[in-house]
Design a protein around this ligand. Structure first.
Ligand code: SER
Length: 323
């Protein structure tokens, strides 16, 4: 029986992952953790903890007899640029704390399986942008991307040196309707739905032809759980797997929304986020994930747009308009 701790449970991925894991393992076997008060989702247990407090995290892991940890607490690409040292400290020390706890438990015969998210932000201007290979140049320009690349190497290091069973995905931009947009360069693709459902035009902070790899949340959750459930011997890559969902640019997304919301309008006013997006891939080669643990995306652009328009709960402009 697995007992699962999700750190960063109130975040965009965390709040949906907790629900999916509770369905799979039973709500009593999922412990949600984050700073501050809980969100009212899936898990039976909630702990207010800071991932930077290693002793407290270790105590929670022992108290609940945790067998798997998802360490999702992080600052993203845009918020990271506002406070680079805080982003470095949270993103790196948060991961190191979990890897160290897993190293100790593994050495003591009580292994912990760890999931940690990497990102397309780990790539940079020297990376081939089309069908970006699994193994390629990685020269990230944001503090977030630098922390993701360093984190990938830490994951590979803790696996090869200490046998820690750590697994990771380079997530594309994740599109979802439960969390308000904000914090990421790819979040225009969420904010645009809030504008459409307010019957307002959307002013996009990226240019019309800025193609980025994206994934719809149900596919992202499925990929994450499939990777964590795969037998250890099939996980050949211990840094992070490329995982592709779909790729599109703001103009294509606006057209797809317009097909379901006639009259929807978009305009373009690129800001500093354009420079970040320009260094990221257009599309990813995820052949390794497909062959190692049978990854297959399911959700295309039309299905994504239909589902988002049906489910987004519109947030007020000042929260939802990330531009
Ligand atoms: N969605 C993230 C961001 O834009 C990328 O991992 O920062």
């Amino acid at each position: 029986m697995e007992r699962i701790l999700v750190i960063g449970a109130n975040g965009q991925i965390g709040n949906e992952l907790v629900v999916a894991l509770a369905l799979q393992h039973g709500a009593d076997n999922v412990i949600a953790a984050d700073l501050g008060p809980r969100n009212p989702f899936g898990a039976a247990h909630y702990e207010a903890i800071d991932v930077l407090d290693r002793r407290l995290v270790a105590r929670i892991i022992d108290t609940y007899g945790i067998t798997q940890v998802y360490q999702l607490a992080a600052l993203l690409s845009v918020t990271g640029e506002q406070d680079p040292l805080k982003a470095w400290s949270l993103n790196m020390d948060g991961l190191l704390n979990i890897l160290e706890i897993a190293r100790e438990r593994t050495a003591a015969g009580r292994p912990l399986r760890v999931f940690w998210p990497s990102s397309i932000a780990a790539f940079g201007p020297g990376t081939p942008q089309d069908n970006t290979p699994q193994q390629t140049v990685m020269d990230p320009t944001t503090i977030y991307g630098i922390s993701k690349l360093a984190g990938e190497r830490l994951c590979a290091y803790y696996f090869s040196k200490y046998g820690v069973d750590v697994r990771s995905i380079r997530y594309p931009g994740i599109i979802s309707f439960r969390s308000p947009p904000g914090g990421g360069t790819t979040d225009y693709a969420i904010a645009i739905f809030h504008a459409a459902l307010r019957d307002e035009p959307y002013q996009c902070y990226l240019l019309a032809d800025t193609t980025l790899p994206m994934i719809y949340m149900p596919d992202a959750i499925r990929a994450t759980i499939a990777l964590m459930d795969a037998p250890a011997e099939r996980i050949v890559i211990r840094a992070a797997y490329n995982v592709a969902g779909l790729s599109f640019n703001p103009a294509q997304l606006a057209v797809a929304i317009g097909q379901q919301r006639p009259g929807f309008e978009i305009s373009y006013a690129p800001d500093a986020r354009q420079a970040i997006a320009d260094t990221w891939p257009h599309s990813l080669d995820d052949a390794a994930a497909r062959s190692d643990w049978d990854w297959q995306p399911r959700i295309d652009l039309a299905a994504l747009v239909t589902d988002m328009l049906a489910n987004v709960v519109v947030v007020p402009r000042e929260v939802g308009q990330v531009a």
